[in-house]
Design a protein around this ligand. Sequence first.
Ligand SMILES: [Mn+2]
Length: 430
Amino acid sequence: MSEFLISNDLITQCNEISAKSHEEDFEKLAILLDRKSLSISDLVSKASNYNVAIPSWGTGTGGTRFARYPGKGEPRDIFDKVDDCSVINQLSACTPSISIHIPWDRPKDPNKLKDYAQNRGMCFDAMNSNTFQDQVGQKHSYKYGSLSHTDLDTRNQAIELNIECIELGKILGSKALTVWIGDGSNFPGQSNFQKSFERYLDSTSKIYANLPDDWLMFLEHKIYEPAFYSTVIQDWGSNYLAATELGNKAQCLVDLGHHAPTVNIEMIVSRLIQFKKLGGFHFNDSKYGDDDLDSGSINPYQLFLVFNELVQANLEDQNFKPAFMLDQSHNITDPIESLIISAIETQRAFIQAQIVDREALKVAQVENDALMASEILKNAFRTDVTPILEKARLNSNGPIDPLYCYRKSKYRSIVSEVRPIIAPGSSGIV
Ligand SMILES: [Mn+2]
């Protein structure tokens, strides 16, 4: 039995305010979709089955290399983070799992953490290893790299941390390890590109050897940052090579913010699907070169086009089910609000992609009708599917308007009574 932190009475009260307009909008949309031979109840059940994982680190206020402005009532430890994630799930009704970072979230008693999360209706998604930052008392520094470091002892230390993540994840019920490294160089000539990639492959193969049969290993590429000249896994090409080299359980993870501006991400997605190497996503949005902004806040059409590829792939292979996770940095907003809205934005793109008239699109493609093909996609993208998302939440005893309900709950000021402000410092969000 789950213990919820927002009272069901409050949700009911909030829903009474918008119930009438929701029903009217839902009816109207049902008629519109019916005209396209689409069943709104099918789409509601698709929205209900949609899940995206919450990153534990996303529940704290992020920062830039210039400053971090801590918010009120930030989580003090992994248990507070689980509480916040459970509120996000209760109000979005589509985020029942948490992805944690080790050592940031290293639990003293993993069984206790697992039980605590279960009581809040939450489970654990992919484990993340942090080898891009030194911890107090750490023997070997990651200043010049981790899994690809020139020093064997440093590489071994990074390998050990990844194996620890797998062991912890087994207890917590996770089924995947996400590996992102900050390794790279700041100056031409600083690194031997080939040797560092060889060392990376050697280290990751040792981690891979410890992976249980039913686990996946997600490799995450990033074009730059913290290294500003080159990174070891800089793009989907290197990612694909590494994942192929390691074996079937190694898959590529696409973080939307980890590409050069203007790169056609949906096409990368398609390529990785075609060669069975797309393992999962980190959703966020980006205007220039960051990976920090809220999903769907800058380029919702790109998000839709990514989901368009995923929905198409899923029609062709029902077993295709990449892992979805948010990964963004909330520097000026309440992280709970940002994560609720962002989860819903990805769910929205997923449902919009379901509306695409795939038969008509196929015909337009075969007939080289470029304009019509584009119109078919835009027609789906322009459809306001909000009532479908509202209905999916209502069916899960969630709120029609999650933001309104969250603010009414005063959750942040209630928890700030017991959670002191964390001193400003570096954030280290990837
Ligand atoms: Mn990421």
